[in-house]
Design a protein around this ligand. Structure first.
Ligand code: FAD
Length: 284
């Protein structure tokens, strides 16, 4: 297979791509990427061992890439444009979260305010139970359709093991669609509820990153701990602990996954207490 795209008989578009192109941290080697727009193509793509890719905003992919195929849901699973004024709504897992949050505000629907500024696709936001201290994905999620062993299963949210930045989806499961229940409100009230979330975001770096590198330990903040250890600006190659927010590792341009891994290890050794990496690591 070459970098040229091929169209599989199922309709899937298959191409070898560097995952650096598909992740926000901009590191990661090649993979066979299957982009799927309907159930038949998704079924075919998921018939071999695979990794599900959302917006790639919580991933550290090794420089050697991954052996599994990578399945990316395409436009057929993106309902961002169709989302309007319905409070109880099914949406495709490729729907970008930022657009959903914006549209919910415009429609005066409450529930997604805590997710303002998270650059996820809906499926990735569910898999990570994305959130902030103001709330998380599980607050509005009702049920999902998930492809498991070729069958679409409808599962209630409480069967997904959603907890702080984690889930326990069925092994080999590909989230296809999700039902969210929002609360009718007004655009003004929703905007007001978003204001503190927006304010908290202002201190975050705009530079290339994958968001927070470490989970917050119970009752504390990983950023505070790393900052207190004096590690802002610590650098391995082009990977650096952000000066603006110590829990962000930024890619200054040419960082490799090896640089980022070495920096993670250095931070963990220097802070003198266990810090758990929040990112999903592929192929390392
Ligand atoms: C600037 C910035 C700010 C951020 N701020 C926050 C924040 O405030 N709060 C927060 O929680 N996170 C934050 N993040 C991290 C990230 O956006 C979240 O973890 C998000 O939920 C990841 O979604 P994604 O679609 O990018 O998933 P990906 O990174 O593509 O994948 C993450 C995991 O989800 C799985 N997955 C993705 N799609 C599917 C699917 N359809 N079916 C099954 N599994 C799937 C993947 O296999 C992988 O294990 C931030 C990231 C950045 C870059």
């Amino acid at each position: 297979m070459t970098r040229e795209q091929t169209v599989h008989p199922s309709g899937a578009i298959v191409r070898i791509r560097p995952l650096a192109e598909l992740t926000t941290l901009r590191v990661g080697g090649p993979a066979e990427v299957w982009e799927v727009d309907d159930l038949a193509a998704a079924r075919e793509a998921a018939s071999e061992p695979f990794l599900a890719l959302g917006a790639g905003s919580n991933l550290l992919v090794s420089d050697a890439g991954v052996n599994e195929r990578v399945v990316k849901l395409g436009r057929g699973f993106d309902d961002g444009r169709a989302f309007g004024a319905e409070a109880d709504v099914w949406l495709g897992a490729a729907t970008p979260l930022p657009g959903l949050v914006r549209r919910a505000r415009e429609a005066g629907l409450s529930g997604l305010e805590p997710l303002l500024g998270i650059p996820a696709a809906l499926g990735g936001a569910i898999a990570m139970n994305a959130g902030t201290r103001h709330g998380e994905m599980s607050d509005t999620l009702q049920e999902v359709d998930i492809l498991v062993n070729g069958n679409v299963e409808r599962l209630p949210a409480d069967a997904l093991g959603l907890a702080y930045r984690r889930s326990s989806l069925p092994k080999g499961g590909l989230l296809l669609r999700a039902r969210l229940a929002l609360t009718p409100s007004t655009p003004e009230r929703v905007a007001a509820a978003m204001a503190p979330v927006d304010a908290a975001r202002q201190g975050q770096p705009k530079a290339t990153s994958a968001g927070c590198a470490f989970k917050n330990p119970e009752g504390d903040s990983a950023g505070r701990i790393i900052d207190a250890a004096g590690l802002k600006g610590l650098r391995v190659g082009d990977a650096m602990v952000s000066h603006e927010h110590a829990n962000f590792i930024v890619n200054l341009g040419a960082a490799t996954a090896a640089d980022v891994e070495a920096l993670l290890k250095e931070i963990q050794e220097r802070v003198g207490q266990p810090l758990e990496v929040e990112w999903q690591r592929w192929g390392v």
